[in-house]
Design a protein around this ligand. Structure first.
Ligand code: 6PG
Length: 474
């Protein structure tokens, strides 16, 4: 760094891993001069060398001190380091070098509880801190991610012009929005990831029916996904499912899907969503099932042992029993239910944590740039704009869609069950739908049992107050 670089950058970034490097390039490309630092200096050099004509917009620095010096005050510095302790360590090293109104922005996949804690610590110290969820993977970071911000609104407003400029755009509208105080942005990102898990799982489930039930090869399955991507299901995840299905292994020439081991990984954001939903008493059964399915997938040896004892299930289905059209309809129904659950969780969290999560904006910010981007999210944004308090399944547009498609979901789930094809997320979505359309549930039995063994009391249909059953008469 030369002295002419002092105070010349509009923003700084620490952490030039894949996401950080791509985000930095994106910022530079949008015309903002950016100072960068990476603990391993060789990585910074490599990044700078790869920046091509964008190097004019980039100030590489060799220490935190140099980084701070390179940025115009009041400064804004993005952290793109691995979530967890690394973030705390980075804040501890950086904060003493900063002025009071300099802003630190954590753009990693932080657990929102950590963000709440960091926000409270920053507030107590009188310094600004923003926790920001960024979605869209490598490509998104480079060309336009979806950004979910949290923290003090004035701090967000200060950097919003840069964040909006680098974000994805849906018909010109930036996908970068302030969600609320403290960990609100990272919470919304976690729910995004929970939905991502369920959306992916449901697609994998219908893939399973096509592969094992119908005996279709990967290429034919890819064509079905391509067709679906022209209709209601049009989305990034369906698009990449087609591409994954069509891709060939360079080593064997076989469809790549046929050589990928069936054990799913996870970094933990889906699990966080499910844990939080349990704490809040907000059922997200499809997401829950998707996280469990990833865990079950990793128990390969146990699954093999199970198959040795019980034999593989008789999976073959005739296309007369089910058609790929009915799979498409079932997926539409499952997707509506899964997103309805995600938005119900956001609603409950918003009430419980004293946020005012702008649900229509959440749907809007997810329309482009992020992994779950889809056409349907625009319909969800419209439904939530009309009534943000309504379960999405009951919004007129989606209740009509569900009425059209629930029969297919029922047929797919029941046919698959009879043939030993597991559909954990789709079947949980169906049960959720059925519970939510049943005014007289079976919880009267639960209440009777609770009162019987623990005198927990119950309410009556015909009078108010708390009551006990006639158990002593038996
Ligand atoms: C995104 C993704 C991104 C990511 C996660 C999930 O929105 O860009 O959600 O954050 O791929 O790391 O990964 P796991 O499947 O490993 O939990």
């Amino acid at each position: 760094m030369t002295t002419s670089d002092s105070n010349s950058a509009e923003i700084g970034l620490i952490g030039l891993g894949t996401m950080g490097a791509n985000l930095a390039m994106n910022i530079a490309e949008k015309g903002f001069r950016i100072a960068v630092f990476n603990r391993t200096l060789a990585r910074k050099d490599e990044f700078y060398a790869s920046a091509g004509e964008l190097t004019d917009q980039i100030v590489p620095t060799d220490s935190l001190e140099q980084l701070v010096k390179a940025i115009k005050p009041p400064r804004a510095i993005i952290l793109m380091v691995p979530a967890g302790d690394a973030v705390d360590q980075q804040i501890a090293a950086l904060r003493p070098l900063l002025d009071k109104d300099d802003l630190i922005i954590d753009a990693g996949n932080a657990n929102f509880h950590d963000t709440n804690r960091r926000a409270a610590e920053a507030e107590a110290a009188g310094v600004p801190f923003v926790g920001m969820g960024v979605s869209g993977g490598e490509e998104g970071a480079r060309h336009g991610p979806s950004i979910m911000g949290g923290g003090p609104k004035p701090a967000w407003d200060r950097v919003a012009p840069i964040l909006e400029a680098i974000s994805a755009k849906y018909e010109g509208v930036p996908c970068a929005t302030w969600m609320g105080e403290g960990g609100a942005g990272h919470f919304v990102k976690a729910v995004h990831n929970g939905i991502e898990y369920a959306d992916m799982q449901m697609i994998a489930e219908v893939y399973g029916i096509m592969r094992d039930g119908f005996g279709m090869d990967a290429g034919r399955i890819g064509s079905v996904f391509e067709k679906w991507n022209k209709g209601t299901l049009k989305s990034y995840l369906i698009e990449i499912s087609a591409r994954v299905s069509n891709a060939k292994d360079t080593k064997t020439g076989a469809p790549i899907l046929d050589v990928i081991l069936d054990k799913a990984g996870q970094k933990g954001t889906g699990r966080w969503t499910v844990i939080e939903a349990q704490h809040l008493g907000a059922p997200i059964t499809a997401i829950d099932a998707a996280v469990a399915a990833r865990n079950l997938s990793s128990r390969l040896e146990e699954r093999k042992a199970g198959e040795a004892i019980f034999g593989a299930a008789p999976q073959a289905l005739s296309t007369e029993a089910l058609s790929t059209d009915s799979l498409e309809m079932a997926l539409i129904a499952g997707k509506i239910v899964c997103y309805a659950q995600g938005f119900q969780l956001l609603r409950t969290a918003s009430e419980n944590f004293g946020w005012s999560l702008p649900l229509p904006d959440v749907a809007r910010v997810w329309r482009e740039g992020c992994i779950i981007r889809s056409t349907m999210l625009n319909d969800m944004a419209e439904a939530l704009t009309e009534n943000a308090d309504l379960n999405l399944m009951f919004a007129p547009y989606f209740s009509a869609k569900l009425s059209e498609t629930e029969g297919s979901l029922r047929r797919v789930v029941s046919t698959a069950a009879l043939n030993g094809l597991p559909l954990p997320a789709l079947s949980n979505a169906l049960s959720y739908f059925d519970m939510m359309r049943t005014s007289r549930s079976t919880a009267n039995m639960i209440q009777g049992q609770r009162d019987f063994f623990g005198a927990h009391s119950f309410e009556r249909l015909d009078s108010s107050g708390s009551h006990h059953g006639p158990w002593k008469q038996d």
